[in-house]
Design a protein around this ligand. Sequence first.
Ligand code: BDR
Ligand code: CA
Length: 316
Amino acid sequence: MPALPLLIDTDTGSDDAVALLLATASGLGDVRAVTTVAGNVPLETGTRNALISLQTAGRRDIPVHPGCHRPMVRTLSSAQHVHGQDGMGDIGLPDPVAAPHDTHAVEVLLSLPRLYPDELTLVTLAPLTNIAAALLRDPSLLSRFRHVYCMAGAADFAGNVSPTAEFNVWADPEAARVVAQAATPDKVTWIGWDVSRRDAVMTPADQQRLERIGTPMATFAHRINRVVADWARDVTGLAGYDLPDPIAMAVALRPGLVVEREQVHVDIALDAQTRGQMIIDRRLTAPPPNLTLVRRVDETGFKNLLFDTVSNAVTL
Ligand code: BDR
Ligand code: CA
């Protein structure tokens, strides 16, 4: 199978970094550009982390384009308490060799799909600010992609940043709403935190396996998730840290990993108490579906893809 042409939008923290390894080192993706946005960490820090991650995968040639430095209308509330001050577990990673590209992320999101209509798959791993900004200038943007996969939302209403909301949607709910309102279920798929906490939890045994693999990529993936592991123990109470962005990337790279999906109409709550919560209308009288939601993924298949990738041993 030819590698999938990809455009990736990320607020690179420790799980985005692992998703970038999957996209670049599994042999399944052909990453044309990476765009960055404020989210887990401020824009400059996330951009630095994207460059470090690509360098770890041996792909310093992939351009990284910084984008919006704050949500559409709200102030930035980062997740540095989740991923570390530097977003990468505060393990003292050295500066990357490559520098960010001058062209703004939104310009890239507008121009690349026009150059390559129906060819690129967009994977978003972050608040949807860049995508919404691009959509305001080109309302048909989403239809120009082959498909758009977003790590976004919590379709079971169990949140990680509030009782009912997932971070990427909560951080910029107005942007998430712009994207949801422009979406159609044949083109746009959301993979939410409900999937991650069920099918992408790295148990102590999984973490040991990553450590034992011992390649530079495996060691990197293991060490940068140090702070998230503490947060998972203390806050989410999962049996290990989870990998939301990597499982979303895995779905884009290998759609056959999806076990369960549904097409529904989704809106996003904006008021103070329910900020960022998905409003899913499953009534017979609901408006037509705007999104495909992935609800379950093959956990073993996902983890094998991850282990194979960081071992440099993926078979296509
Ligand atoms: C999402 O929020 C961030 O903390 C992660 O990188 C992921 O994109 C999970 O809710
Ligand atoms: Ca992210």
